[in-house]
Design a protein around this ligand. Structure first.
Ligand code: NAI
Length: 398
């Protein structure tokens, strides 16, 4: 069959396996030529390893100087009668092929990271492949639901708190600007978002690993956060997601104390706003992303996930006498995003941007290209006219 991009709203319903392979290869190529990670970890567990920051971290740690072996957990769909499967499914497969070709161990566990079953599979994999200990755990899950113990679900709701917020969302399917007003979240929506995207599950994972004696001396763990400039605060930092991220920051401090017994550390790492499967879902954020991409590309300091992760591990988390932290013990990878020269220009663009001119004022082409690339589309050197054999894809195992 010929695979075409299918987009509903801001969700990709198809993925191109050859293009996913290309996306993985491009990231590998980048980290091989970048400033290397020195004194990096050798045995790494990544929760949320199949796309966005988690995949980029996995590639950086395997190919960008540390030569780490990795266990990656993700929730992805393979090919079936219903469709070709998700991009993350193929990212897992092609990452593993490349890692093995380079002599590295790469284990993929596909299942629900909130479940007990996946925790047991991970502990078994640490026993089998990592001699029972892990040096670094990266918590990079982005999801809208978390199962409750009673079989029900907590659901996140991306909403403001206290008062309604007006903004615009760009629909990628129709390439149109949609003005929206978001009503404030209810108490149970605030609570649901905290349960799904806050620090509780991260803490529970680390407790599980402590209890199974799987933590190496000098162990580290990080989870990703976002703060952003003031213009995004009504929908992000002051809203339900921000509440969850503040909880994550507090969890990092509690974990840091707990890990002292292992000479270990925990850090919340604040990243730059980027186009990922998860971020395009945040209502009201897209105009900011369009302005940010345009500005940072013009100023020559734009980064995607892979550049962010290589810089994190090579200049902040490893190889330094002291990890650079801000006054709240956060690692700041949003340092370039928040530079006054960047934010000043972004503010100007946002003031000018409207439903008629957003494609010119903002970097709409770049935004769309990145979104398509995440799903294996829009690479110049992939032959999209070539037939894809689904039966042979079904034989590929993560
Ligand atoms: P993503 O959607 O690209 O990746 C999410 C990963 O989580 C995927 O590997 C997916 O398979 C996995 N996952 C989701 N639910 C799962 C489950 N139940 N069990 C196992 N795996 C599951 O997301 P992205 O953007 O890389 O987000 C990762 C983290 O980075 C999130 O905490 C997000 O808030 C944070 N972040 C994102 C920013 C952005 O602009 N994209 C900026 C700053 C922080």
């Amino acid at each position: 069959m010929i695979i075409e991009p299918i987009i509903s709203g801001v969700v990709a319903r198809s993925a191109h396996p050859e293009g996913c392979k290309k996306a993985v290869d491009n990231q590998i190529e980048y980290v091989k030529s970048a400033s290397p990670i020195k004194n990096g970890p050798k045995r790494v567990l990544i929760l949320g390893a199949s796309s966005g920051f988690g995949l980029a971290a996995r590639i950086a740690l395997t190919f960008g100087g540390a030569e780490a072996d990795t266990i990656g957990v993700s929730f992805e769909r393979g090919p079936s009668e219903k469709g070709i499967g998700s991009a993350g499914w193929y990212n897992n497969i092609y990452f593993k092929q490349r890692a093995q070709q380079a002599g590295r161990r790469a284990v993929n566990i596909v299942g629900d990271a909130f479940s007990q079953e996946v925790r047991e599979q991970v502990i078994e994999a640490i026993e089998t492949y990592f001699e029972g200990e892990v040096d670094l755990v990266i918590y990079s899950l982005a999801t809208g639901v978390r199962p409750k113990p009673d079989g029900e679900f907590w659901r996140s709701a991306i909403k403001p708190i206290g008062e309604s917020v007006s903004g615009a969302t760009i629909n990628l399917e129709t390439q149109s600007w949609q003005d929206t007003t978001l009503e404030p979240a209810s108490e149970s929506e605030i609570e649901g978002t905290l349960k799904v995207m806050g620090g509780e599950d991260w803490e529970s994972w680390i407790d599980t690993l402590v209890n199974s004696d799987s933590i190496a001396d000098g162990f580290k763990t990080i989870a990703f956060s976002y703060i952003g400039p003031e213009v995004t605060h009504p929908i992000y930092l002051d809203g339900t997601l921000g509440r969850a991220k503040v909880d994550l920051h507090q969890t990092s401090h509690a974990l840091n104390l707990e890990l002292a017994n292992f000479n270990g550390n925990a850090y919340a790492t604040v990243c730059k706003a980027l186009v990922t499967k998860a971020s395009v879902f945040i209502p009201g954020l897209t105009p900011y992303l369009l302005a940010l991409y345009k500005t940072m590309k013009q100023q020559g300091n734009h980064e995607e996930c892979i550049e962010q992760m290589q810089r994190l591990f090579s200049t902040k988390l490893y190889g330094q006498d002291k990890i650079p932290l801000d006054g709240e013990r956060l690692i700041r990878m949003d340092d370039w995003e928040l530079q006054p020269s960047v934010q000043h220009k972004v503010g100007e663009l946002l003031n000018d941007m409207n439903k008629d001119n957003f494609k010119d004022v903002g970097d709409f082409d770049g935004f769309q290209q990145t979104f398509l690339n995440l799903n294996g589309f829009a690479f110049d050197d992939v032959d999209y006219g070539k037939e894809t054999d689904i039966e042979s894809l079904k034989r590929l195992k993560p």
